[in-house]
Design a protein around this ligand. Structure first.
Ligand SMILES: Cc1cn([C@H]2C[C@H](O)[C@@H](COP(=O)(O)OP(=O)(O)OP(=O)(O)O)O2)c(=O)[nH]c1=O
Length: 208
C-alpha cells in the first residue's frame, strides 16, 4: 500500500470524482485522499462559455462531494471537469459508436482546446483554477477510428480520445498540460492545495 491510496484514514482531501484518471494523478502527486460520491447534471447552459462551464461543474461536483463527506471529516473536497472544445462547441463523452466516430472525424487533422476546471472547497471557502491546452490530432484513417472505438477506450472520454492511452498515437502536438488533458492538471491542483496549506510534498519519499 502506498501513502496515497483512496482508503487513506487521515486524508489530505476528499476527491469528488469517479474518474480513475483523476485518482491516478493524485496518487502520482502523493496526495492522500478518499473518494466521495457526487452526481451532477453536466449540461452546458445557453450562453455559458466553456471556461465558465468547466469551473461551474468542478464547483458543483465538489459541493456535491462536500454533502457526501463522512460526518466529522474536516479535509476539503476536490472536484474537476474536462471539456474538449472545437468551433466553440463543447464535446462531452460520446453516447455511442456513431457519436464517437463523428467526434474523431471532427477533431482529426486539426487543433482543438481542452479545458479542465478544478475546484477545492470546504464549508468556509472555495478556490478554483482553469487549465487550458491546445491539442492537434493528425488525420485518422477509418480503419484506425473503428479499431479505436472497438478497443473501448473512447467511451468514457471527453472528445472520444485519451491522450494517456492508445489515443496518444493520434496526437501530433500538445501545448499546455498533459495532466490537464487527462483530467486533473497537476500544476493547478498543487496551487489549490497550497492555498489550503496542504503540505503533501513533505511526505515524498527519498530516493525513489
Ligand atoms: C481529452 C481526454 C479526456 N479524458 C477524460 C477525463 C475525464 O475523466 C473525462 C471527461 O469527463 P468529466 O465529466 O470531466 O469527468 P468524469 O465524468 O470522467 O468523472 P467525474 O465527473 O466523476 O469526475 O474524459 C481522458 O482521460 N483523456 C483525454 O485525453
Amino acid at each position: 500500500m502506498t501513502d496515497a491510496q483512496s482508503d487513506a484514514t487521515d486524508p489530505d482531501l476528499f476527491l469528488a470524482s469517479a474518474s480513475p484518471r483523476r485518482a491516478e494523478l493524485l496518487e502520482r502527486m502523493g496526495v492522500r485522499f478518499r473518494t466521495v460520491a457526487q452526481s451532477v447534471d453536466e449540461q452546458i447552459e445557453p450562453d455559458e462559455t466553456p471556461e465558465v462551464f468547466v469551473i461551474r461543474l468542478a464547483l458543483e461536483k465538489a459541493r456535491a462531494g462536500l454533502s457526501a463527506r463522512p460526518a466529522g471529516a474536516g479535509a476539503p473536497v476536490l472536484g474537476a471537469d474536462t471539456a474538449v472544445v472545437i468551433d466553440d462547441e463543447v464535446l462531452g463523452k460520446p453516447a455511442d459508436r456513431d457519436q464517437a466516430l463523428a467526434m474523431l472525424d471532427r477533431l482529426a487533422g486539426r487543433s482543438h482546446r481542452v479545458l479542465t476546471g478544478v475546484a477545492l472547497l470546504d464549508e468556509d471557502r472555495e478556490v478554483t483554477r482553469l487549465s487550458l491546452s491546445m491539442v492537434t490530432l493528425r488525420e485518422l484513417a477509418s480503419a484506425e477510428k473503428n479499431a479505436y472505438w472497438e478497443s473501448g477506450e473512447p467511451a468514457d472520454k471527453a472528445g472520444a480520445y485519451a491522450i494517456q492511452g492508445r489515443g496518444g498515437v493520434f496526437i501530433e502536438q500538445l501545448e499546455g498540460s498533459y495532466s490537464g488533458v487527462m483530467g486533473l492538471p497537476m500544476f493547478e491542483t498543487h496551487d489549490l492545495l497550497a492555498e489550503f496549506g496542504i503540505d503533501y510534498q513533505s511526505r515524498w519519499p527519498a530516493g525513489q
